[in-house]
Design a protein around this ligand. Structure first.
Ligand code: ADP
Ligand code: ZN
Length: 726
């Protein structure tokens, strides 16, 4: 028997030993029993000396011979990821595989796309008779040029059947296609800044080089990505293009398709149906797809021939996974680019302070686009309205009402932004002041008028709207504050003739919702858009000329040190929607703190000043990116139980171990949102400017937690390296 180290999806154990009569190549997918259950596992190492009693070692039950091997660079990536994020390797491996490969079953490998054309023999045949009009159409198509199977299938639903028949008769021949295909020229002539950015990257395609493409909204970053991508694809290499889920819009995909119509593309995001995701993962892995577009999870796609990574909206927080394996796709992407010796371009109009810091440290090269690309487009003029002095009517000031009315009369498109969906963010009893909080979370419940519910936006809890106060019985309940539904209603009263569309998670829950909205906007059927973040990101509505921000101040009161950075990015994004084409844009922001640095920088369109000031503050307070952090979290039914485990570990660590003096430990303290989905959450922060010492200390915590948590079996714990949540 030969012994193998396998990665399988079980907690705590790094790798498990199983036996097989022959040597298996590392990367082979197999199925084994673990506690009686048949599970998928990946061979990590073959022919090892087991350090346990070999009589206890179970055999590998199935070897999926027909699979392809998970390549060594992919295994290195996962080894690194598991180590860096202090997460069990087998579980990390499992979460990096699509569902189809996690199940202990054989998978069908996708077949490479082929192009078909008539053979010599075929050209001597008579075309099918006219009454078989479907066959005839297909035949004519093959006569004119070589066409790919995907294309033919899209045009003729029976294509595969006839192709098969004609191929057997020798009438047509198939050729495999290059996955990059022919790339037509761009419809745009890049301006000089765009050219310079693109050329800089293109000058070093064969080595690792990280770039930060900092370009104001509408400056044509996407065209720069496309220009570099075209070059890399033409060299026969693969491109990985990552973007936030919310930006993966039909509009973006349409742009990609227009620019790369013949390039084999694989789309990977959480909403891709499971079978399709497995297929696309494999197409990418087998080199059948040249362009891989996806959200954070796409970072784990095996790519043999990677030539370029693009991260659009690199500052976006959705690149960090907030559950299970808490990886940051942007950071892993930089690691992967280094591994594959290829360039990586991080793009944003408001780069993360982490990336900006790398530029200041000369680790990343800065590429800048300072102007809008469209010839007549100007950055919008941004105005602040001090709501301490202006009376608000249902959350809207008179100035804004007039602006909206005027823009409607003149046929413009307006956008009203607020980051709260639902009707009103809170419901109160007007007699005793009782607030309807979520029983499971430290959060108020949001009133949803249309579904007649109070809903918690943090967990699944919801209930019918109560008729009276549970504490005093009073029936007069007051909805406080503004949500998108309420603003939509009020705007409809203000502009009875206007076509108003609300865009938030509630109104776009079905797949076709966005398509409908886009069509209406493009046909100029919409006058006012009301919505949340969903409206802010990545969209290009050329005729949008008025943006109104209603209440953004909330996050200024947050104790999270990243709150100002986040708010600034959000407001720059929202403002950036205005005036992207011929019409110049205006932005009006209601705030109670117009003097705040976030708003001042916003008005001045001055990211650089904001970033410099913010970095100076972080340096002074010794916060990331000047220091490295990890959070150790515990949750339990009571805050005391959650903190107790952390206190005991801390005690153990302080007593017995050589703790590095270079690592500072804070806590345990409650998380900012202390209660979530029925659990009280506590945390300890580890902080150091030495990564190595930090990781050594995390390992200590990991070991102690593993050991002690047996005695606290009602308390769950986790490790979050480079946490984004406080
Ligand atoms: P960003 O990604 O920086 O926000 P986009 O790439 O979406 O900007 O470009 C903004 C608009 O400018 C788009 O409508 C795009 O088609 C257009 N555009 C980009 N580059 C050029 C160019 N060189 N000439 C003319 N228009 C351009
Ligand atoms: Zn809740």
């Amino acid at each position: 028997m030969i012994f193998h180290q396998l990665a399988l999806n079980v907690p705590l154990f790094p790798l498990l030993t199983y036996a097989h009569p022959t040597i298996l190549a590392a990367g082979t997918r197999v199925a084994v029993r673990f506690r009686k259950r048949l599970m998928t596992a990946i061979v990590w190492e073959s022919n090892i000396q087991p350090d346990i009693d070999i009589k206890k070692i179970l055999p590998i039950e199935v070897v999926f011979e027909d699979d392809w091997l998970l390549p060594s660079d992919w295994r290195e990536l996962l080894t690194f990821t598991a180590r860096y994020y202090h997460y069990p390797l087998g579980q990390a491996v499992s979460s990096a595989l699509p569902k189809g490969m996690r199940e202990p079953k054989t998978i069908a490998l996708p077949v490479a796309d082929k192009v078909y054309k008539l053979s010599k023999l075929g050209r001597k045949q008579n075309a099918p008779a006219a009454r078989f009009h479907k066959q005839l159409a297909l035949w004519h198509r093959l006569q004119t040029s070589a066409v790919s199977l995907t294309q033919l299938k899209a045009e003729h639903n029976q294509a595969e059947r006839y192709l098969h028949k004609w191929q057997q008769l020798g009438w047509i021949e198939a050729d495999s296609v290059s996955s990059c295909g022919i790339i037509p020229a761009s419809q745009y002539q890049l301006n000089s800044q765009q050219q310079q950015a693109s050329h800089t990257v293109q000058a070093g395609l064969d080595r690792f080089a990280p770039y930060l493409l900092y370009g104001v909204t509408g400056s044509g970053k996407t065209e720069v990505y496309f220009d570099i991508m075209a070059k890399v694809l033409q060299q026969g290499k693969q491109v990985l293009f990552l973007l936030p889920e919310i930006n993966l819009t039909p509009q973006l995909l349409q742009r990609v398709h227009q620019r790369f119509p013949h390039t084999a593309t694989a789309l990977l995001h959480s909403q891709t149906a499971s079978g399709e995701r497995t297929r696309n993962y494999l197409r990418a892995a087998l080199g059948q797809a040249a362009l891989i577009i996806g959200t954070r999870l796409a970072i784990f796609t095996p790519l043999q021939n990677l030539g370029l990574i693009i991260i659009d909206e690199e500052h976006d927080h959705s690149f960090k996974q907030q559950t299970d394996l808490r990886y940051h796709a942007r950071d892993l992407a930089v690691w992967r680019a280094k591994q594959h010796a290829c360039p990586i371009v991080l793009g944003s109009a408001t780069p993360s302070l982490e990336s900006w810091y790398q530029v200041k440290q000369h680790q990343y090269q800065l590429l800048q686009l300072t102007q809008r690309a469209h010839a007549n487009a100007q950055l919008p003029k941004i105005h602040l309205l001090d709501t301490r002095r202006l009376p608000l009517d249902q959350g809207i000031s008179e100035v804004i009402k007039q602006k909206l009315q005027k823009n409607f009369q003149q046929g413009g498109l307006s956008m009203v932004y607020l980051n709260r969906r639902g009707f009103a963010p809170a419901l109160f009893c007007s007699a005793c002041g009782h607030a309807f909080g979520c029983p499971n979370c430290s959060a108020k419940m949001v009133l949803h008028q249309y579904s007649k519910q109070l809903r918690c936006h943090h967990c699944d809890f919801h209930q019918p709207i109560p008729h009276s106060c549970p504490e005093c019985g009073n029936q007069d309940l007051t909805a406080v504050g503004q949500g998108t539904q309420r603003i939509e209603e009020n705007l409809q009263k203000l502009l009875p003739e206007a076509k108003i569309i609300r865009v938030d998670r509630d109104s776009t829950s079905r797949k076709q919702d966005w398509d409908n909205i886009y069509n209406q906007i493009n046909n100029h059927d919409v006058d006012v858009l009301v919505g949340t973040q969903m409206l802010a990101k990545g969209h290009d509505f050329p005729h949008l000329n008025l943006v109104v921000v209603l209440n953004a101040d909330n996050s200024l009161y947050s104790a999270d040190f990243r709150a100002p950075e986040r708010l600034f990015a959000e407001l720059m994004q929202v403002s950036g929607r205005a005036g992207r084409a011929n019409s110049s844009g205006e932005v009006w922001v209601q705030t109670q703190q117009p003097e705040h640095k976030v708003y001042q920088a916003l008005v001045a369109h001055d990211y650089i000043a904001f970033a410099s000031a913010e970095l100076a503050e972080r340096e002074e307070m010794n916060m990331p990116p000047y220091t490295h952090m990890a959070a150790i979290r515990a949750d339990a039914k009571t805050m005391n139980a959650a903190q107790e485990l952390l206190r005991q570990v801390l005690k153990g660590i302080r007593q017995h171990e050589q703790l590095s003096a270079k690592v500072h430990i804070f806590g345990p303290v409650p998380m900012l949102m202390a209660r979530l989905a029925g659990y009280e959450r506590a945390q300890v922060f580890l902080e150091s400017n030495q990564r190595k010492e930090l990781h050594q200390t995390i390992t200590l915590w990991d070991n102690w937690l593993t050991f002690l948590s047996k005695y606290y079996n009602r308390t769950r714990w986790l490790i979050d390296v480079d946490p984004m949540e406080m």
